[in-house]
Design a protein around this ligand. Structure first.
Ligand SMILES: [Ca+2]
Length: 203
């Protein structure tokens, strides 16, 4: 016997699913299904790869690691053929505003770069990974690699920590390029959280 389940119930179940690999106490959680429905001229619609669900932040031993859990990475290229970006922001203890980008370009491997926010030409490479199976994007930033931009040390309090996600559907432009047509913010988490370096997400 076939049982018909209303599509609305299936959607509600999918949107309420807890990411399997989320930590017990992320720095913040974010509603599912709240990414902007982009009024994109090429591909209007939802961007599940850019729908943040939770952000885990870990640090210590000279490295800052941030893992954002998203709703679904499976269709990231189809939905955002010009590339995608998951951007972590914070203010270092010296007041420097830092933006660390995870970027998945149209072709090839993802790249990870730390920038002085507002000065995209000043940047240093960091590392990370995009895990499609687990719907996570991870940024790994050794303090030493960030030294040209900001001084970090365990015990420092980072201020105004937050994250936003971006979609680019115009081909041929880097996600991290200058603001302009074709780059759209998809989801925006809080941008006012403190985080003490050398600790996990849990207080
Ligand atoms: Ca969200």
């Amino acid at each position: 016997m076939h049982v018909r389940i209303p599509a609305a119930l299936l959607l509600a179940a999918a949107l309420s699913a807890t990411p399997a690999s989320a930590s017990g106490c992320p720095l913040f959680t974010d509603p599912a299904g709240d990414e902007t429905v982009l009024a994109d001229t090429l591909l209007p619609g939802m961007r599940p790869a850019l729908d943040m669900l939770a952000l885990d932040v870990e640090s210590g031993s000279g490295t800052l690691t941030a893992t954002v859990h998203v709703r679904d990475l499976a269709r990231m290229h189809e939905d955002s053929p010009g590339g995608l970006g998951w951007y972590l922001y914070f203010s270092a203890a010296d007041g420097t505003r830092v933006r660390i980008e995870a970027n998945q370009p149209m072709w090839g491997a993802p790249y990870f770069v730390a920038l002085l926010d507002g000065s995209p030409s000043t940047g240093v490479a960091v590392s990370g990974s995009i895990d499609v199976a687990n719907d996570t994007v991870t940024i790994t930033a050794p303090y030493a690699d960030l030294a040209p931009i900001a001084s970090l040390a365990d015990g420092d309090t980072l201020a105004d920590v937050g994250m936003t996600t971006w979609s680019r559907t115009e081909p041929g432009q880097p996600v991290g390029g200058a603001l302009g047509s074709g780059r759209n913010r998809a989801d925006r988490g809080p941008r006012d959280l403190p985080y003490v370096l050398g600790s996990g997400s849990c207080p």
